[in-house]
Design a protein around this ligand. Structure first.
Ligand SMILES: O=c1ccn([C@@H]2O[C@H](COP(=O)(O)OP(=O)(O)O[C@H]3O[C@H](CO)[C@@H](O)[C@H](O)[C@H]3O)[C@@H](O)[C@H]2O)c(=O)[nH]1
Length: 475
């Protein structure tokens, strides 16, 4: 009798670099675990992945993998990058019915057969409703920290206790009491920026308030974190949402899994921009732990004035730096200002997009000035690189507080952009308090590695996830 094929899981990330990157790694881990995967992205992301990443060639070794695309309902020339709320709104209207059709069709897996289970980013919202309608189990995945997700869970209590609303003109150092497990360090200024709107009916508050009701409806919640990093928060969260799988850091988990099979590690590019690999050659010429890597991720934009404050601060600090300035990241400018490129030559190197995981793993890198996106934070934690945090929005405000106050892995520089503060902070991280930060970063990196070793927490959570997908998939 012919053996039935393994369950086909449909993985649906938010159409952003961070979530696409980490959910591709999850896809590869599930393929290695014997599952078939359909990776569903918007047409826009599909085109960028095919152009700039090596996803197609890399996934050849997994015959059960399919890359499939779906319309986000917006015209091709829409500036999606800095208008992602418009993208989400459009997806709710246009993508939702297409997604339902796809789950219902027998060839829903892009020619690979029927979809028997869905793993969708909780930030998308509608896949959970559709999966319930169609009767397919759905696991929510969040690519933000457990800490920020827990803050979202607690929004109803924050409103009920009167801690919300407040505005940016109120005292932002007031401590927050209604997020259990974080009372010791969470201040108003560490909540996501939308909490400063002064209005409990703010659309973002409305949106994220649903987390506490949506997540428990799913078959399980998958988080890109590890127990040792966020255990106090995870134990609080399990009270509200018991079935949680902590399987991160995903990028390192995949490498560890491949290394264990004896396979040679491929280049893992999941980039939506062209990587400038020459910066690795430049790094080869720099002394150990001497370079500050600077990157604000795939979405953050800065004004020209802020860019110049950073440039003066970096140059005046006297430290070496490798700086990623995406061409679309300076508001109102289509090009990086020339004086900045020329002025950086002495000790700095500027690129449009870097192979970040390799940069952070390079021995010359001794610090990371980051926007505190969760993927960047985890990549830095894993490599034992201390951080200066300059959060831009959303979960980044929470992450940066944990980096400084809970994990002692660096300095939180939120709510300021002044050249003298930047200069002093860079000197602190790279010189004055270097040993202290390097020590705690090395300890946390070692915990991350333990979670991915034999019997490690992330390894066992992934095994349990794969078993549960196999057991719960509809046939
Ligand atoms: O030059 C670069 C810069 C970044 N990256 C990669 O791009 C990803 C960036 O991810 P992240 O640090 O999470 O930032 P964003 O792209 O801004 O991510 C969005 O999604 C994250 C959740 O996945 C949230 O935590 C962030 O707040 C949100 O902005 C990381 O994997 C980096 O390795 C590169 O490869 N090259």
């Amino acid at each position: 009798m012919a053996q039935s094929p393994p369950p086909r899981v449909l993985i649906f990330p938010l159409p952003l670099q961070g979530p696409v990157n980490s959910m591709l790694k999850l896809s590869e881990l599930l393929c290695l675990g014997g599952l078939h995967v359909t990776f569903l992205v918007t047409d826009h992301i599909d085109a960028r992945l095919r152009r700039f990443s090596n996803v197609q060639s890399r996934f050849h070794s997994y015959p059960g993998f399919r890359l499939q695309s779906i319309s986000d309902g917006l015209p091709e020339n829409h500036p999606r990058g800095d208008k992602f709320l418009e993208v989400f709104e459009s997806m709710k209207v246009h993508t939702k019915p297409l997604f339902k059709e796809l789950l219902q069709s027998s060839g829903g897996g892009g020619g690979g057969g029927r979809i028997s289970c869905v793993i969708a980013d909780g930030g998308l919202g509608f896949p959970l409703d559709v999966a319930e309608e169609v009767g397919i189990p759905l696991f929510i995945v969040r690519t933000i920290s457990a800490a920020c997700l827990w803050v979202f869970f607690c929004l109803p209590q924050l409103i009920q206790s009167g801690e919300l609303p407040f505005t940016g003109n109120d005292d932002l150092d007031v401590m927050i009491k209604s997020v259990p497990g974080m009372e010791r360090y969470l201040r108003r200024r560490d909540l996501p920026y939308f909490c400063r709107s002064g209005n409990v009916a703010d659309p973002s508050i409305e949106l994220y308030k649903c987390e506490s009701t949506n997540n428990p409806r799913a078959t399980g919640l998958i988080l890109n974190t590890f127990e040792e990093l966020e255990s106090p928060i995870l134990s609080q969260m399990r009270g509200a949402c018991p079935n949680i799988y902590t399987i991160g850091p995903l990028h390192a988990h995949l490498k560890a899994k491949l290394a264990a099979t004896g396979a040679s590690l491929p280049d893992f590019s999941n980039s939506l921009w062209e990587e400038d690999r020459f910066c690795l050659v430049w790094l080869d010429d720099q002394p150990p732990k001497s370079v500050l890597y600077v990157s604000f991720g795939s979405l953050a934009t800065v004004t020209r004035a802020q860019l110049m404050e950073f440039w003066h601060g970096l140059v005046n600090s006297g430290q070496r730096f490798l700086w990623v300035i995406r061409q679309d990241s300076v508001a109102g400018e289509s090009q990086v200002p020339m004086e900045l490129l020329q002025g950086s030559k002495e000790r700095g190197f500027v690129v449009n997009w870097a192979p970040q995981e390799e940069v952070l793993a390079h021995p010359a890198v001794g610090g990371f000035l980051t926007h505190s996106g969760w993927n960047s934070t985890l990549e830095s934690v894993y490599e034992g690189v201390p951080m200066i945090c300059w959060p831009y929005f959303l979960d980044q405000q929470v992450n940066s507080r944990l980096v400084e106050e809970e994990w002692k892995l660096g300095i939180d520089m939120k709510d300021t952009c002044d050249r003298s503060v930047i200069e002093k902070t860079v000197r602190n991280l790279m010189e004055v308090r270097k040993d202290e930060f390097q020590r705690s970063a090395a300890q946390m990196a070692s915990s991350a590695k333990t979670s991915l070793g034999d019997g490690g927490s992330s390894v066992s959570h992934l095994e349990r996830l794969i078993q549960d997908i196999k057991a719960k998939s509809v046939v």
